[in-house]
Write a protein that binds this ligand. Structure first.
Ligand code: ADP
Ligand code: MG
Length: 413
């Protein structure tokens, strides 16, 4: 089936003994070159983020389109390195239909001394949620998207990962309305204390407890889902602060100053600032999200504006002690219509080792760690391919090419 492409595909699996002719380079955007395995063809830039470019490509082995993300010099500083290493470890751990999965990972460099780039190959989706939020969505689509976000989050929680930084650019969807979460949020040690530090990243979706440096639990992620839900209705960001302090202002102007009980749980320095802000009474949810923002009610269905607003008002609650939990949200009438046990309660992954988050290393050490991790992944992929073949056919020597390719596909799916 792949006779014409035999050499590159075969060598594409033999990443242990890399040679330069297994790779080719493509300029995917001005000043951005991808150096990828020849099995990946037709590269086109489809997005960019904090870590660099993402391209779509056609995979000759899997015979399908994939997304390839290039991490350039992921070890260049501790923040990049920890993020890349963490993303890689978690992607290896978590397998759920609402979380993006890794199909392959490789580096074109042969040794740690030459090492600069990592390429992560993932399932290809059609758009990120920023693009979808702008569309007129009906109740069915809104509730189905929310349901899938909640299933993905629940699965991350089962691995001990509270995301804390969910945002539309890190959620991708297909035209059939299926959804996957792209990243795994803040490391537990990330500095998220309330301070005057200007914004570098989007924090519109971060929960009050994260912004204010308070203890948090699973439902920190519900706040983010609530912000995304509200944005789907309004078509604009719900709490669009110009900096960390303004972010808090935008929240209390709409939802009202929280109770003294909440204030008492703040760190003294933060409490001092927060308690001295003017007091805001906040608005009813009917005022914040009037009927006109909602799609028409579905006939013979629980998917109504009243039900949607009820859920939203339970998600956008400043005090996490009074905010709905992930479990309760999944059982809310606006979401429960989609409930499928195998999606909601998929087998829990192994628990994520948070010591990754605590690790401090020099640039050289990060470089080695990330290189080792990618090499380990490359080796494992080869072993799986050969292991499967030997199991089925007895000897690796007479392995017919097509069989190997099929095994590779099975393995990587
Ligand atoms: N698997 C994918 N399918 C479709 N688009 C993707 C995929 N992965 C990333 N993208 C696009 O690329 C953008 C950046 O990807 P992301 O993983 O968030 O990069 P970063 O970690 O640098 O922020 C996303 O917002 C999305 O638009
Ligand atoms: Mg991103």
């Amino acid at each position: 089936m792949f006779a014409a492409n035999a050499t590159p595909i075969m060598s594409g699996a033999h990443v242990g003994n890399k040679s330069d002719d297994e790779f080719y380079s493509v300029e995917v955007a001005p000043d951005s070159v991808f150096l990828v395995l020849k099995r990946y063809q037709n590269l086109r830039s489809i997005g960019s983020g904090a870590q660099g470019f993402v391209c779509s490509a056609f995979d000759l082995i899997l015979q399908k389109n994939v997304a390839i993300k290039k991490l350039s010099k992921p070890f260049q500083n501790a923040t990049h390195a920890k993020r890349a290493y963490r993303e890689f470890c978690i992607m290896n751990l978590v397998h759920h239909k609402n979380i993006i999965s890794l199909l392959n990972a490789f580096t074109p460099q042969k040794s740690v001394d030459e090492f600069t780039d990592v390429y992560l190959v993932m399932e290809l989706m059609d758009a990120n949620l920023c693009q979808v939020i702008q569309m007129e969505l009906d109740h069915e689509r809104i509730s189905y998207l929310l349901y899938q976000m909640l299933c993905g989050i629940k699965h991350l929680h089962a691995a001990g990962i509270i995301h804390r930084d969910l945002k539309p650019s890190n959620i991708v969807v297909k035209s059939d309305c299926t959804l996957k979460i792209l990243d795994f949020g803040l490391a537990r040690t990330a500095n998220s204390n309330f301070s005057m530090t200007p914004y570098v990243v989007t924090r519109y979706y971060r929960s009050p407890e994260i912004i204010l440096g308070m203890p948090y639990k699973d439902n920190a992620d519900i706040w983010s889902v609530g912000c995304i839900f509200g944005e789907m209705l309004r078509g604009t960001v719900v709490f669009q602060g110009s900096d960390q302090i303004d972010q808090w202002n935008k929240i209390i102007e709409q939802l009202g100053t929280p109770s003294n009980d909440f204030m008492e749980r703040l760190l003294p320095s933060v409490r001092n600032y927060v308690a001295n802000r003017p007091r805001f009474p906040g608005f009813e949810f009917e005022r914040l999200f009037p009927d006109i923002l909602f799609p028409a009610d579905c006939r013979q269905s629980q998917l109504t504006a009243a039900s949607a607003r009820d859920l939203l008002s339970k998600m956008l609650v400043i005090d996490p002690l009074h905010r709905i939990s992930v479990e309760q949200a999944l059982n809310h009438p606006y979401i429960k219509v989609w409930y499928d046990e195998s999606e909601v309660n998929a087998p829990a992954p192994k628990v994520y080792d948070h010591s990754v988050d605590e690790q401090e290393h020099t640039i050289e050490e990060w470089k080695q760690l990330i290189f080792d991790e990618v090499s380990r992944y490359e080796q494992l992929a080869i072993q799986k391919v050969f292991g499967l073949f030997v199991q089925e056919n007895g000897s690796a020597d007479q392995m017919p090419q097509q069989n190997m390719q099929e095994n590779a596909s099975k393995n990587q799916n």
